[in-house]
Design a protein. Structure first.
Length: 149
């Protein structure tokens, strides 16, 4: 089982530092499988894939796009100062965003989340691609236990 930092198509490509021997390995990533997004997220993924010349979209691309949207909205709502931008990031409330609905708590962690923001996915390497095996969410009581120690 490899952690989420390895969950990209590059893991199979020698030119990208990968190996064809990555087939059969298991990988994890926060969020749902890139092939499971719907609506605006699916539109973003399809557009990004066309920009990549049809190459697979990295599972982290959608997370980066959502983060960029949060930051751009915080800048838009700010008075132009760095502290105002930061304040507005922490006031974020996203409804039906690319990764679902959520706000940010005082630590910058997602709070009140629903949708892909709550899920994680396990892939297996197959034919030099990532194949989705399982998408699931942790049980709420386990999340609370982890937060409170």
């Amino acid at each position: 089982m490899l952690p989420d930092g390895f969950t990209t198509a590059a893991v199979f490509q020698r030119s990208q530092g990968g190996t064809p021997n990555a087939n059969g390995a298991y990988y994890s990533v926060a969020g749902v499988g890139i092939d499971q997004y719907k609506g605006a997220a699916e539109t973003f993924i399809n557009g990004f894939k066309s920009q990549l010349g049809g190459k697979p979209v990295d599972p982290y691309a959608i997370l980066g796009a959502q983060a960029a949207q949060v930051l751009l909205k915080a800048i838009e709502n700010s008075d132009g100062t760095r502290s105002s931008v930061i304040d507005n990031v922490f006031k974020t409330h996203v409804n039906n965003g690319l990764i679902g609905s959520f706000s940010l708590n005082k630590n910058g962690d997602l709070s009140g989340a629903s949708g892909a923001a709550l899920k994680f996915t396990i892939y297996v390497g197959a034919n030099n691609n990532l194949k989705t095996l399982l998408t699931t969410s942790p049980q709420p009581n386990l999340v609370q236990a982890a937060r409170t120690g």
